[in-house]
Design a protein around this ligand. Structure first.
Ligand code: GLY
Length: 350
């Protein structure tokens, strides 16, 4: 088993091992005195792993409750969030009780936000079941729900007590959802680690899952330890996301998050090559690896459309957008860019 210590304001471990879902209660009990535990999950994941987690928690002495909502980003809203809070209140959950997020990013983000705000904060455990949630959203304490005006517009930084990553859960993922997570994994290689990038380039979709998940979590941990509240270096994790979010929104979320991030990374790297910020080899390697993983690297949206989307980016500061630029494979930078220059930059990368 791999154990990674995350040293944020509240420190915790990420455990990575096959079969962890089956023994989740054992590991949770080591940290939390048995009381009430609410397993929060969705209609895709609960039928697959709900009973296993509930049995394991029962065996560890917890009094277990469960709340299951319809799967999908559309449910990550104030209605579902309030339903969770009411469910906890109706069942008399107190600050010494625990929430268990069992699922992908939507489940993890919303459960984390419910945990951050119910009674001004109760403990929660992340059990991510998608690749994206294992390598990104379950680590670092970003919790949120969406508003009609945009994704993740209400949230809090609130670290979990424990993250349990079971790579076996990936075997039940639809291929398209697995590929979506691969876009985030490739992102870590481009951002920080040429060796990880080379491994992915070499192995394609049959990459070593335990090695890759562990490496991505280590890389993310380094970043969030340095910048827990996303004021500087953590923004690097936004590589491909500024234009990716614009593509997701333009498509009315028909283009998935992973596909949109893949296209966003390709646009950025081509624009960087065109502006002599990196070589053509770098942008070529980024587009090649995306193709190898069956991810898109071009779009029919215009520079004007993507520019309009980029203006609503959360990381915009006044008249400047922080673009994450590729310099080399394994080395990227934050480039504050006047909004007047963003459209021509996108044009260069289309
Ligand atoms: N998902 C990006 C971050 O955690 O900052």
């Amino acid at each position: 088993m791999k154990a990674i210590d995350v040293g944020t304001s509240a420190s915790y471990q990420v455990l990575i091992d096959c079969g962890l879902i089956r023994s989740s209660g054992v590991y949770i009990r080591k940290l939390i005195k048995p009381g009430k535990a609410a397993v929060i999950s969705d209609s895709n994941v609960f039928p697959l792993y709900g009973k296993t987690v509930i049995d394991s928690l029962n065996n560890a002495g917890f009094e277990v409750y469960s709340f299951c909502f319809q799967a999908g980003e559309a449910q990550k809203n104030s209605t579902t969030y309030l339903q969770i809070l009411n469910f906890l209140a109706e069942n008399s959950f107190t600050r010494s009780d625990t929430l268990i997020a069992l699922g992908g990013g939507v489940v993890g983000d919303m459960t984390g936000f419910a945990a951050a705000t119910y009674l001004r904060g109760i403990p929660y455990i992340q059990i991510p079941t998608t690749l994206l949630a294992m390598v990104d959203s379950s680590v670092g304490g970003k919790t949120a729900i969406d508003l009609p005006a945009g994704k993740n517009l209400v949230g809090a930084f609130y670290q979990p007590t424990l993250v349990l990553c079971d790579p076996d859960a990936l075997s039940t993922l639809p291929a398209s959802v697995f590929r979506d997570g691969c876009a985030e994994v490739i992102k870590y290689g481009v951002l920080f680690d040429a060796k990880l990038f080379d491994h992915l380039y070499d192995k394609g979709l049959s990459f070593d899952r335990e090695y890759v998940i562990t490496r991505c979590v280590e890389l993310k941990k380094e970043v969030v330890q340095q910048d827990e509240y996303d004021r500087g270096r953590r923004q690097l994790l936004n590589l491909g996301h500024t234009f990716g979010h614009a593509i997701e929104a333009q498509s009315d979320f028909q283009v998935s998050h992973g596909q949109a991030v893949a296209i966003g990374m390709a646009i950025i790297s081509r624009a960087c090559a065109a502006c002599n910020l990196c070589s053509l080899q770098v942008s070529g390697a980024v587009c090649d690896i995306l193709a190898l993983f069956g991810l898109p690297h071009s779009t029919t949206y215009t520079a004007e459309q993507l520019y309009q989307g980029a203006l609503s980016d959360k990381k915009r500061a006044g008249e400047t957008v922080n673009l994450i630029i590729t310099k080399q494979i394994g080395c990227c930078d934050i480039l504050p860019t006047p909004i007047s220059q963003v459209q021509s930059f996108i044009e260069a990368g289309l």
